[in-house]
Design a protein around this ligand. Structure first.
Ligand SMILES: Nc1ncnc2c1ncn2[C@@H]1O[C@H](COP(=O)(O)OP(=O)(O)OP(=O)(O)O)[C@@H](O)[C@H]1O
Ligand SMILES: [Mg+2]
Length: 447
């Protein structure tokens, strides 16, 4: 195979030399252009494996080149060179479809990382087959699948918002698996699950002896994900000081392990997710706006299952098949009535709730048919009964305090049942915190 060819666009000779020398050392041939017009005509003349452009050019902006490539040569990865301390333009370029950016003054390590990943990108087959699939016939799911395919090819940070169980992690994994980073690690981290005092060292690593208990050098999550994708789940749970450090890491594309003096360049694609309203948290000064701006370059909204009940049959069929296979039974079929109950249920725990429900049903199931009676949903959600019945269904047969306790108990039990015993999810269903639910469960002596 012949060497990859790059187009580099800049009006500064020094920078052009730096770029072409670095490229040559990496086995990439380069063609040069000094302005927008020249770049366009070169692009029309031949195909390039990658393109690096400065933003400020004598006859216009590098953004025009990004747009031009997006419109006409969508397969060519283009990275932009931004002025020092100009994060706004970098984000803008990513939104336009640039696959990455590098800030001046250019650090050779970072430049190399960008060149490497763009070469990988241009060599990658359009989509790597994955064992996972995002199911659903709804228009919303069609859009998300198209978006996954599109964003898999660049490096821009993706921000996935959606209720619990809507498939946020699945979407993140697919973006990774369909992209040029697929053969490198996908590291998922739940930001709410790391003890605060360990957070910095978990994310950025530490040097031996940098604090009590640091017995050896340890790589952080960023380094573990190097070349791949870091999935920051529940990003809203990051404490403020970590938010500052994360922002710095994104901007500098490097990490400094605790106790270490030097920075290490990293090449990681960030995908973050949360069910919380970050905009609202920003208003209340709980989440940094500048970080939000950085992580939310490409937003993806994972719709609730209630907004797309039409997806329930295909999801149910898929789960019945896969669960049956897992537990070694022949997959039963579902009657129309059973399916009707499912499609009219308000799954507040979304796809995960559906999956858990079917797991429960199949674990106890005998026979080749799942009928309406087999669908064990909280009474209130049966379509034949009115909503709100779960609360009033507890008879008022004592003082009001006791009555309320009974209602509370019932609601908690229902939520736990729906979450398959998972307290975190049950807390989300109930709109309360893990802690206070755990406390209530103890206090009310719920099993
Ligand atoms: N569209 C879909 N097609 C197939 N499976 C799906 C789909 N959406 C979700 N799932 C499955 O549902 C389960 C929950 O999805 P996932 O863990 O991605 O949700 P989540 O949004 O990350 O939830 P949480 O906020 O609770 O972490 C997983 O087993 C996932 O594979
Ligand atoms: Mg998740």
């Amino acid at each position: 195979m012949s060497d990859p060819v790059a187009l580099i666009i800049d009006d500064e000779q020094d920078l052009l030399s730096l770029l072409s020398i670095t490229l040559r050392r990496m086995g990439v041939e380069s063609h040069k252009a000094g302005n927008v017009a020249e770049a366009k005509s070169q692009l029309d003349r031949r195909s390039f494996d990658l393109c690096l452009t400065d933003l400020r050019l004598p006859d216009g902006s590098g953004m025009e080149i990004v747009k031009y490539i997006q419109d006409k040569y969508g397969d060519t990865p283009v990275a932009v060179i931004t002025a020092f301390g100009d994060p706004k333009t970098a984000v803008e370029a990513l939104k336009l479809g640039a696959f990455d950016y590098i800030a001046k003054p250019i650090e050779v390590d970072q430049l190399k990382a960008i060149i490497e990943s763009s070469i990988r990108l241009s060599k990658a087959s359009p989509s790597t087959p994955s064992s996972r699939t995002l199911l659903g016939d709804s228009e919303e799911m069609d859009k998300i699948r198209a978006l996954i395919n599109k964003v898999a090819r660049n490096q821009a940070p993706v921000y996935i918002h959606g209720e619990t169980g809507t498939g946020k992690e699945l979407i993140a994994r697919l973006i990774h698996e369909y992209g040029p980073r697929a053969s490198n690690p996908f590291v998922a981290v739940n930001c709410g699950a790391i003890p605060r005092e360990l957070m910095e060292s978990e994310f950025f690593g530490h040097k031996k002896g940098s604090f009590t208990g640091a017995f050896s050098d340890k790589k952080g999550l960023f380094e573990a994900a190097n070349g791949g994708t870091l999935f920051l789940d529940e990003i809203a749970e990051l404490p403020q000081d970590l938010q500052v450090k994360l922002l710095r890491t994104i901007q500098e594309k490097s990490v400094r392990p605790v106790g270490e003096v030097t920075e290490r360049a990293i090449d990681v694609r960030l995908i973050s997710a949360t069910h919380k309203d970050l905009q609202d948290m920003i208003e209340r000064d709980q989440f940094r706006e500048d970080l939000y701006y950085r992580v939310n370059v490409i937003p993806i909204n994972a719709p609730s299952l209630r907004e797309r009940p039409g997806d329930i049959p295909v999801l149910a069929e898929h789960f019945i098949k896969s669960i049956s296979e897992k537990i070694g039974i022949k997959a039963p079929t579902m009657t129309k009535e059973a399916l009707k109950i499912l499609t009219s249920h308000r799954f507040s725990g979304n796809v995960r709730e559906l999956e858990n429900l079917l797991e429960r049903i199949l674990a106890l199931h005998e026979g080749s048919v799942i009928d309406a009676e087999d669908i064990d949903l909280p009474q209130a959600s049966r379509p034949s009964k009115g909503a709100g019945e779960s609360a009033s269904a507890v008879e008022m047969d004592g003082p009001i305090d006791e009555h309320l306790v009974r209602i509370e108990k019932k609601l908690i039990k229902d939520a736990l049942k729906r979450s398959g015993g998972n307290i975190t999810q049950a807390a989300e269903l109930l709109g309360t915190s893990f802690r206070s639910l755990r406390y209530k469960i103890k206090k009310l002596e719920i099993e």
